[in-house]
Design a protein around this ligand. Sequence first.
Ligand code: DX5
Ligand code: ZN
Length: 224
Amino acid sequence: MIELAPSILAADFARLGEQVSSAAEGGGSVIHVDVMDGHFVPNLTVGPPLVKSLRKVTDLPLDCHLMIENPDQYIPEFAEAGADWISVHQEVCRHLNRTLDVIRSHGLLAGVVINPATPVETLSEVLNIVDYVLVMSVNPGFGAQKFIPGALHKIRRLAEFRTNRGLNYRIEVDGGIALDTVADVVRAGAELLVAGNAVFGQGDPKTNAQKLLKAANEATLQKV
Ligand code: DX5
Ligand code: ZN
């Protein structure tokens, strides 16, 4: 099933509750929260207090994408704040297996993320213990960047591995997802679509979300 995960990075933080509700009315069904530490990525964003506030205004799953260097240290706090899903970058986890176990030990869904330069093969030993794999289709750090087409073959490979190995992780994609790219990622096999700028950048989040989901669902029908 295709799901849209609006990324609040592009939202107006002064009206966050309202913007999240609008995106949800348009069909957004997972709220994507980009956490950046100024070390792993050259930008700073939000942490557990924001997750705690969001928890009060929505029942949708909160998908926390940790772009931070020492995720193990913060997982308990995010869990406590109300996160439902936590993903960590393969590139920062020395003991990835352990980190994923820590996420699961808090009763949350565990995801692993790969940057555009990281091959999917680096995940072969953890695919059986993740709930989702997030393929970055931009270099993480900022919203509204251009989609990197190399993400498509990675999504296809992940879909193939899943079938070949009888696994059931979901495939998420993040970065540059908009009306001109959404059909390609869906046809490649992505089912969780993160979109920041395309939902919150201009106009009404509800209408934007509806249009994106419509384009995504139409692409599903065209899948062979
Ligand atoms: C980038 C973040 C993304 C970002 C996507 O580092 O991980 O979630 O918000 O933004 P758009 O959809 O604007 O490319
Ligand atoms: Zn993200």
